[in-house]
Design a protein. Structure first.
Length: 219
């Protein structure tokens, strides 16, 4: 018996809820398996890879098998990327702390420079994993590409930040759903927004100029 429009929609929503809860559990499990610091980036890459497949209407992939395969295969490269991210973040943090020790015209100059650096770093943090799972690049080029796409699509980047803050607020109001949807829901929103940015003509033109290929899947 064919489902009615409402029943079909309800089934699809329920299916998405189950998927998000499951991949959220896997993210937490594999992050802990990597002692958090070593697990967070590989687990994030695995989660975003699966979400990217879902957004491409490939919803029949074996979730656990895919998650495990990506996690293992991207463990080293993912942690190198994580280390680079931590180093950049620490440099910006130290710079901002240094800002409190100066005054006068130098303060204004450094304030502008460090604020711009912090904004670019925020853009980098938002886009780096989506760019990693979407494009086929050399490691250092992921960083440059993430920042470039975020700056080109500044309006989308701002919307992404606001959306992430909105999701975190909902999780704060309803903490009982944190174990089920905290990371996967945020990941879904980020990947969905990033995909819109990736598919804009201005980005596609820039990627074509650089001969950058889109990944069919990551493993």
């Amino acid at each position: 018996m064919e489902m009615s429009g409402f029943s079909k929609r309800f089934y699809q929503i329920t299916e998405w809820i189950m998927r998000l809860a499951y991949v959220n559990f896997l993210w937490i499990l594999f992050t802990l398996a990597g002692l958090i610091i070593l697990g967070i980036m590989p687990a994030s890459i695995a989660m975003f890879s699966i979400i990217n497949q879902w957004l491409n209407k490939n919803t029949e992939i074996p979730i656990f098998k895919t998650f495990l395969t990506v996690y293992k295969n991207q463990f080293l490269k993912g942690n190198i990327l994580s280390l680079i991210t931590i180093i950049i973040g620490l440099i910006i943090y130290v710079d901002l702390q240094f800002l409190g020790t100066v005054d006068g015209p130098l303060y204004i100059i450094l304030f502008v420079v460090f604020t711009l650096a912090a904004i670019l770093f925020t853009i980098f943090l938002i886009y780096i994993v989506p760019v990693y799972v979407y494009y086929d690049l050399k490691l250092i080029d992921y960083i440059k590409t993430a920042i470039m796409i975020g700056v080109i699509n500044l309006h989308i980047s701002i919307t992404m930040v606001l959306g992430i803050l909105g999701i975190q607020y909902i999780l704060f109001i309803f903490p009982s759903i944190i174990p089920f949807f905290s990371f996967s829901l945020t990941g879904l929103y980020i990947m969905w927004s990033a995909t819109i940015a990736f598919n804009r003509p201005v980005v596609k033109k820039e990627m074509n100029k650089k001969y950058i290929r889109v990944k069919k899947e990551i493993n």
